[in-house]
Write a protein that binds this ligand. Structure first.
Ligand code: 5GP
Ligand code: MN
Length: 334
């Protein structure tokens, strides 16, 4: 495999070190959380000290995963805490780990493991495999390379990683290899239907009412090739929900017949300033990574995102006009 050196460097770094922070990107999803929990479990099997840390709340899809209760928030560590080693998963941009950055110092040895296109950061050791369906697929290989036999606990976490990043084995990243891995995980006793229910068919009453309101914001443009939804802070407040319960909302826009680009614009406040997080999905051949990258974001060809400063009234038109111009010429289609 062309990336074998990245994997062996990660193995060597883990073997020779101890006391790890394991983290992943903000707006965590099933892949990032499942990968973190599985790798943390494997490192503990090797007798290593590990802290699982995420800057933002774990999404519903992961709230029943084994070990999820061990995930700490960066604010729980005394000021000045710096880890000697950090493993950053499902994230090729160190700016995307949010406030977990405060647990990094100049002496922190950083290991990056990621499957996004065009990672922006390099660790002291980096292993990038954009052709992997999920970071969970890479962590599966990593755990094997570390010589730790998988058990039911780790298998459950890795199954959720793969299941969520392939959209339940529906997206174009669903390779024979990843389906074979899923089969191996099922043989270890993973409850597949339960993982699918938790990932795709579990929603609180409030979040369901919120979804109904978000769906009312649906707009289409570019002759129906572009569809978008809006989620304001006021809506989140009204239904006492937070962003971790809105995973999958954007898929309702993508499901529209004729749509090529679907977007969900979510307003949020960061350090007293308004910003807009954009989730982008492709229904067909359009590469939404190029659209996200135009605003400093990234992701994959079929699922990407970016964050723009300012209120919705400023951010939305910028993204729509870029999307329309890419759709009408100059955009990347596969
Ligand atoms: P989501 O819409 O689910 O937040 O993100 C979709 C995909 O794009 C995920 O793989 C996520 O990691 C990636 N992504 C979302 N926002 C950003 C961003 O601002 N920068 C980069 N590099 N990737 C992003
Ligand atoms: Mn991922």
């Amino acid at each position: 495999m062309a990336d074998a050196s990245g994997l062996s460097q990660v193995v060597a770094a883990i073997d020779t070190r101890d006391n790890f922070l394991i983290t992943a990107h903000i707006h965590p999803d099933g892949d990032s959380v499942g990968s973190m929990l599985a790798l943390a479990w494997a490192l503990e099997r090797l007798g290593k000290r590990v802290q699982r840390v995420l800057a933002e709340r774990v999404p519903l899809s992961c709230q029943t995963l084994p070990g999820v209760e061990k995930i700490a928030n960066p604010s729980m560590f005394p000021p000045g805490t710096v880890f000697p080693n950090a493993i950053v998963l499902d994230c090729g941009d160190l700016d995307r780990i949010g406030s977990t950055q405060r647990l990094f110092g100049p002496s922190t040895f950083i290991i990056l493991v990621d499957h996004h296109l065009n990672p922006r950061s390099l660790g002291h050791v980096s292993w990038f495999r954009p052709e992997a369906a999920a970071t969970g697929e890479m962590v599966y290989d990593l755990i094997q390379a570390l010589g730790v036999p998988l058990n039911h606990t780790a298998a459950t976490c890795l199954y959720t990683s793969i299941l969520t990043d392939t959209g339940g084995f529906r997206y174009s990243n669903t390779t024979p290899r990843v389906v074979e891995m899923a089969a191996a995980l099922l043989r270890l006793g993973v409850d597949g239907p339960e993982a699918a229910r938790q990932a795709f068919e579990t929603r609180s009453l409030e979040a369901t009412r919120l979804l109904a309101e978000v769906l009312r914001t649906l707009q289409v443009s570019a002759d129906g090739r572009l569809a978008y939804l809006i989620l304001t802070r006021e809506m989140l407040r009204k239904y006492h929900t937070d962003a971790s319960e809105t995973e999958g909302f954007v898929n309702y826009a993508r499901a529209l017949v004729g749509v090529e680009i679907a977007a969900l614009f979510r307003e949020e406040e960061e350090d007293g300033r308004l910003q807009v997080r954009v989730s982008l999905r492709s229904r067909g051949h359009f590469n939404v990574h190029t659209l996200a990258a135009a605003f400093g974001g990234g992701g994959h060809a079929k699922a990407a995102g970016c964050t723009l400063p300012g209120p919705l009234s400023e951010a939305v038109p910028q993204v729509l006009s870029k999307a329309e111009s890419l759709l009408n010429g100059g955009g990347v289609f596969d």
